[in-house]
Design a protein around this ligand. Structure first.
Ligand code: SF4
Length: 331
């Protein structure tokens, strides 16, 4: 059975359940690089371009980890999946960056996926992927439908409040009774940013777990119903942001500040990210219009230390908790 390697980075946190189902249904074994470790990050930093953002460096590290474990690497050129916004240019050039930077890697499956090219473009892309493994048209179409169903189940779990890692585990093992949502806490924070930064516990220095341990319920853009986000339109701008994840993060900020009473908003931004230089400013401007909701930006890079992040988070949570208690006493 052929083995396809899927790096556990970037779009992994959004589409892995789809890809896993699709490849398994066409008779291909999926191998992933697993959780990020210091070793993976170090390999990525060594191999990637020096001025790349940290999520891209991490992707390089995950590819290095997979290169001897798989017959093919799955690095599609994902341009657009909603017919409206496109992914950051680094996503578009990802297969080329990997191919021209790393030696001795398995063949890359880099099918272009762009739903602006017609309603059937997604199915066509998966038919092309299936052709690498000799899968028949009917097998691919069946696998595609089952993969869509798996992705729907995954997104419903995210909307209930589970993190991607928990939701993937629940899809694999629906009877896992250990995975339950945390009880309602006194504080509820929104954490905004790109899913591949927030949910990678190594590079985000475990921000979500740290907040949970401090007694804070956490909400991310993935936990919000996409319909509510789409209602935010262009967030008061003349036109929407071009990049898919930036557009989603801004819509989430707009929705959370205006319609969902969270106690604070944190924006996790990645060092070296071009779109973030714009996005962070827009979120800051939105925060300034809602001074009753504390806001903080945290920047991560390959040198972010556990202790420094913990200290900043503790101080912020403490400040928000005292402020809330003071307001409760006044009223
Ligand atoms: S959006 Fe920013 S962090 Fe994400 S890949 Fe592009 S440059 Fe890197």
């Amino acid at each position: 059975m052929a083995r396809i390697g899927i790096p556990s980075a970037l779009l992994y946190y959004i589409y892995y359940p789809f890809w896993l189902t699709f490849f398994n249904e066409i008779g291909v074994q999926v191998v992933t690089s697993g959780r990020t470790t210091k070793n993976i990050l170090d390999k990525g930093v060594r191999e990637a371009l020096a001025d790349a953002c940290v999520p891209i460096k991490l992707f390089f590290g995950h590819v290095m980890d997979l290169k001897d474990k798989a017959d093919y690497l799955f690095i599609p050129r994902v341009v657009c999946l909603n017919g409206k916004t496109i992914y950051c240019p680094k996503f578009l050039g990802l297969p080329d960056m990997i191919r021209h930077s790393l030696d001795d890697i398995p063949p890359i499956i880099d099918v272009r996926i762009d739903t602006r090219q017609g309603r059937l473009s997604l199915i066509k892309a998966y038919l092309e992927i299936g052709s690498y493994f000799g899968a028949s048209r009917n097998t691919v179409l069946r696998a595609y439908c089952l993969a869509r169903a798996a992705l729907r189940r995954y997104n419903l779990l995210l909307m209930k409040g589970f993190s991607p890692i928990e939701a993937m585990e629940l899809i694999k093992n629906p009877d896992n009774k250990k995975l339950v949502l945390p009880p309602k806490a006194n504080l509820r924070f929104a954490v905004l940013g790109y899913p591949y930064a927030i949910y990678d516990s190594f590079i985000s220095v475990n921000i979500l777990d740290k907040l949970k341990k401090m007694g804070v319920n956490v909400l991310t853009a993935e936990n919000i119903n996409p319909l509510l986000l789409s209602l935010q339109k262009n967030c008061g701008l003349p036109k929407r942001l071009f990049w898919t994840f930036s557009d989603k993060a801004l819509k989430a900020a707009h929705y959370l500040f205006r319609h969902d009473r969270v106690d604070a908003v944190l924006h996790l931004t990645a060092f070296g990210c071009g779109p973030d230089s714009l996005l962070n400013k827009f979120i800051e401007l939105e925060a300034k219009q809602h001074r009753d909701i504390p806001f903080m930006t945290l920047m991560i890079d390959e040198h972010t230390g556990e202790a420094g992040m913990a200290t900043r988070l503790e101080a912020f949570v403490d400040m928000v908790r005292r402020r809330k208690e003071a307001f409760a006493c006044q009223n």
